[in-house]
Write a protein that binds this ligand. Structure first.
Ligand code: ASP
Length: 396
């Protein structure tokens, strides 16, 4: 019974019940709209402290700048490349399938102002802060990430005792934030019930049906990345058979699928990579924890598909410059996302706001998010496992 009442099952049940109830008692959902709004507000509440802490702790966890340069740069180069390939696959697929175009969702037109063309200067100022406290206040996530990386590197050079104090403080703070996120995630069934019910009450049933095409786009992209892109890299760069490697380490992506958390799957990833996958302990011990924090191919792919889908729904025209911005912010959002359930959905606000797509769109896609979260997390962990094996080969 307990198993049946897991968060995944309850969330799924809420989607179905919310949709049905939204059809039959729409007035009820129009009245309790605030429940879903509070749920989204709670998710947004943790984004700023969570991003700063997870990036800062990840850089500080490297130990010293020499290590950052050596193993770090190699690992990061692999991670950025695979993430970029994932986003690219997502952008190509969503522009081919165009799941948002014939969705006919009558979205409340919060008049989207003409989306301004982004210049190179805009991108630079989106990343480089002149006042990091202001970045925190205004929730400028790219600037926060930039500052956290630099501060993390600087902190690596200071006196060891003080550095450990800083690390322990922020590491503890990060744990507390993740705990808080866990509490908020527990509210997902209630939040989803209210949001789905409201959407159906407000817009009719088509919205849910139209989401199938969006979900399918994400799923196809994830399958392509997991079973074509990553195996190709394994063959070309790592010189190993990706399918037999997958069979050896599959416990980890499976655990990632059932928990929707790269962090929860991390101990198992490390164990199977070392004991069954033939990755050296030093490599696995560095590459996998870092990967669980910053390398999320599945999440990056999903961010790009979701952003373009929501833009299409709201009729927001996306220029080539906007696509480039989505490409960059989806990559950075996946780097900044915490390795916990639902983190990718929170980070989506960054991608959406960077090109002026209405944040309310999150309320639409949240209905299918838990399922997509499970799949994208499995791909995230599979990406990390390949990273460990490939980087290991180059260190030999
Ligand atoms: N749940 C994902 C992970 O832990 C992050 C996300 O929400 O996309 O890898």
């Amino acid at each position: 019974m307990r198993k049946f009442l897991s968060l995944e099952n309850l969330t799924l049940l809420s989607v179905v019940l919310g949709a049905l109830a939204g059809l039959y008692i729409p007035e009820f959902f129009l009245k309790i709209k605030i429940v879903g709004e509070v749920f989204i507000a709670l998710l947004k509440m943790i984004i700023v402290p969570l991003v700063f802490t997870s990036v800062f702790v990840a850089v500080l966890g490297l130990g010293d700048i020499g290590r950052f340069k050596d193993l770090g740069l190699r690992t990061v180069a692999y991670y950025v490349t695979t993430t970029a390939l994932a986003v690219l696959a997502g952008l190509v697929l969503v522009n081919l399938i165009r799941p948002g175009e014939d969705a006919h969702i009558e979205v409340e037109a919060k008049k989207v102002e003409h989306v301004k063309e982004l210049t190179f200067e805009d991108i630079v100022w989106n990343i480089v802060p002149s006042n990091p406290v202001q970045s925190l206040v205004e929730g400028k996530v790219l600037q926060i990430i930039f500052f956290a990386i630099l501060l993390g590197l600087a902190s690596l050079t200071i006196d060891k005792r003080k550095r450990e104090q800083i690390f322990n403080l922020f590491d503890g703070f990060g744990d507390a934030l993740i705990k808080l996120t866990g509490w908020i995630v527990k509210l997902t069934p209630i939040g989803v019930f209210s949001l789905v019910g409201y959407i159906v009450a407000d817009m009719g049933f088509e919205v849910l049906l139209s989401l199938w095409k969006y979900a399918l786009t994400v799923v196809l992209g994830l399958l392509f990345h997991a079973f074509v892109t990553l195996p190709l890299l394994a063959l070309l760069l790592g010189r190993y058979n990706p399918y037999s490697y997958f069979m050896k380490v599959r416990e980890a992506p499976l655990l990632a699928f059932s928990t929707a958390s790269s962090a929860a799957a991390l101990p198992v990833s490390m164990q199977v990579a070392e004991e069954k996958g033939g990755v050296r302990k030093e490599t696995a011990g560095f590459v996998l924890p870092l990967g669980a924090t910053i390398n999320m191919d599945g999440t990056a792919l999903y961010e790009s598909v979701a952003a373009v889908f929501i833009a299409n729904l709201y009729g927001v025209h996306l220029s080539l410059g906007d696509m480039v911005m989505i490409f960059l912010t989806a990559t950075l959002a996946s780097i900044g996302a915490a390795a916990i359930p639902g983190a990718g959905l929170i980070m989506l606000t960054l991608v959406l706001s960077s090109v002026g797509i209405p944040l309310e769109g999150i309320g639409i896609i949240i209905a299918v998010d838990r399922f997509l979260d499970m799949l994208r997390t499995a791909v995230n962990v599979w990406g990390d496992l390949n990273g460990a094996r490939i980087v290991d080969r180059f260190l030999k």
